[in-house]
Design a binder for this molecule. Structure first.
Ligand code: GLY
Ligand code: MN
Ligand code: MN
Length: 519
């Protein structure tokens, strides 16, 4: 990585404050000769060849849904800023999911951008998908590409073209998104316009960009407006309009699942290499993650590559353990595609390609629990009843194996006062899936957990059983075994479709698939 901070090489060596101490390292010249030379003699910028994005009609429809809920209010949806990883280096940028959903921008587009839906007279706003006017006009405030004669061009390591590449121009952004684009410097005035107790209210999606939030709070304070619960309602709404996926979202989720299945297929042949390596879990992680970077944007969440006892740690992402012959390895991983939709799939595989009897027994119980959940996943079912269906099987199997405490039947365990079976599966069975791996998380409870399934919803079914190595409540043969099976499910008109069905689930199918991939 190259040094990033400018310094006047000719200046006397005054002691730097600790804040600019980083400039100690820079050797960038500051002479006028250098400045005028580096900012001159550049050819015409190449046309980026930006075409209208495939998301344009879909995002118009999504913004229309939000518009209908908040007539008269100005709605502010930030992409978010670059985030420091350490000192002067940033994480790779990922826009906030609400921003991605409403603009169609993905990958690393566009730090500091802010989508604003400005209120207009009812019905006179941007057209929705069917040509009817909404209550808002959308504007995207972005930091456009700086000209080559600016210092930003060559000296700004965060935004400069020399450092991070050319960003799209305002015209490019408009072409790509179908939304009017303006310079981010105009944001303050645009947010302030007509704001007042009897005028426009300003609501912001909180948690995305602190600087823009502070700006909105200051504008409201100046206008004497209480920052009420309305921000929360906007956040809820941006989650709730994603509960039922549109056709483009489904296409991207299918793509994410397809790339994820390929990633799992790449892991199977490297299992012998994983066994041979002192940090075999990393062999698995890097194989999957490499595929995610090659064929998608990245992984949708940190890959869980958990061998043996590590599989009993639900979110084991350290992935520095050995992979032992005879044990199971739990791989929970998802490719996030460029539009930022992600899959979330888990398979628990026998390292040598064949399950032992006790592994198969536990695996089959988890599979049966998943199948019971699939059987009720259809329109009209309450979301929470998917989990209930899986838990009935888990509790029954634990009773059958004699693992529930003395005098506790599966029925007693399933009662709210019991729940002893949850010792071995403390997580839920399902969560919505989309731009966030745990999608729609800010939706109201009555629409999520207590909500009723509708065609177009996508969620996981992911029961598991986890017996820790030091769990004295189970016989020794169970200890150190963790199994989770996770699939991505689309609710259809009359049932469901397992989007990840191409990845084998039944133990015999897993074994045959592994044998084939190992050749
Ligand atoms: N990988 C996180 C989850 O399954 O929810
Ligand atoms: Mn999950
Ligand atoms: Mn998962």
């Amino acid at each position: 990585m190259t040094d990033t901070t400018p310094v006047d090489e000719t200046a006397p060596a005054a002691p730097a404050s600790t804040e600019d101490r980083g400039s100690n390292r820079s050797q960038r010249p500051v002479s006028e000769a250098f400045k005028s030379f580096i900012t001159s003699q550049w050819g015409e910028r190449a046309d980026l060849g930006v075409e209208p994005g495939e998301a344009v009609p879909y995002t118009a429809e999504r913004r229309a849904k939000l518009s209908a809920r908040f007539p008269g209010a100005r709605l502010v949806v930030p992409a978010g800023p670059l985030k420091t990883r350490s000192n002067d280096t940033d994480y790779r940028f990922r826009p906030h999911s609400a921003f991605a959903h409403l603009t169609g921008l993905g990958t690393d587009q566009e730090p500091d951008a802010v989508l604003v839906l400005h209120p207009v007279a009812d019905g006179e706003g941007d057209p929705d998908g069917s040509g009817n006017g909404t209550h808002h006009h959308a504007v995207l405030y972005v930091r456009p590409l700086a000209a080559r004669d600016t210092e930003e061009f060559y000296a700004d390591s965060r935004y400069g073209e020399f450092w991070v590449g050319a960003r799209p121009s305002l015209d490019d952004v408009t072409t790509l998104t179908g939304v009017e684009a303006r310079h981010v410097d105009e944001l303050r005035d645009a947010l302030t316009k007509d704001v007042g107790a009897d005028g426009v209210r300003v609501l912001i999606v909180t948690g995305a960009d602190e600087t823009v939030e502070t700006l909105v709070e200051a504008i409201r304070e100046e206008a004497g407006i209480e920052a009420g619960a309305e921000d929360e309602q906007l956040v809820e709404a941006t989650s709730e309009i994603r509960l039922v996926k549109d056709a483009l979202e489904l296409e991207h989720l299918r793509e994410a699942v397809a790339r994820t299945i390929e990633g799992f297929e790449q892991v199977v042949p490297v299992l012998p290499k994983a066994v041979a390596h002192r940090r075999g879990e990393r062999v698995i992680e890097t194989t999957f993650d490499g595929h995610a970077r090659l064929e998608g944007n990245t992984v949708g969440y940190e890959t869980i590559a958990a061998a043996g006892e590590h599989a009993t740690t639900l979110h084991w992402i350290t992935n520095d353990g050995v992979v032992r012959s005879g044990e199971l390895v739990l791989l929970d991983a998802g490719v996030e595609v460029d539009s930022l939709y992600t899959a979330d799939v888990t398979r628990t595989l026998p390292v040598d390609g064949e399950f032992t009897d006790v592994q198969r027994r536990i695996y089959t119980a988890v599979l049966d629990a998943a199948d019971a959940a699939f059987a009720v996943a259809k329109p009209g079912t309450k979301f929470r009843d998917i989990h209930a269906a899986a838990m009935e099987v888990i509790a029954a199997r634990l009773e059958e194996w004699g693992l529930l405490p003395e005098g506790v039947t599966a029925e007693v365990s399933l009662s709210p006062e019991g729940q002893q079976h949850r010792r071995w599966m403390v997580h839920g069975t399902s969560h919505h899936l989309g731009l966030d791996v745990h999608d729609c998380a800010q939706a109201r409870r009555e629409l999520y957990l207590d909500g009723v399934l509708e065609p177009g919803m996508v969620f996981t079914i992911e029961p598991g059983l986890y017996f820790k190595a030091d769990d004295l409540a189970v016989p020794e043969e169970y200890r150190g075994i963790g199994v989770r099976i996770e699939d991505d499910v689309l609710v259809t008109r009359d049932g469901n479709e397992n989007l990840s069905a191409a990845l084998p689930r039944r133990p015999e199918d897993v074994e045959a698939w592994m044998a084939r991939l190992r050749g």
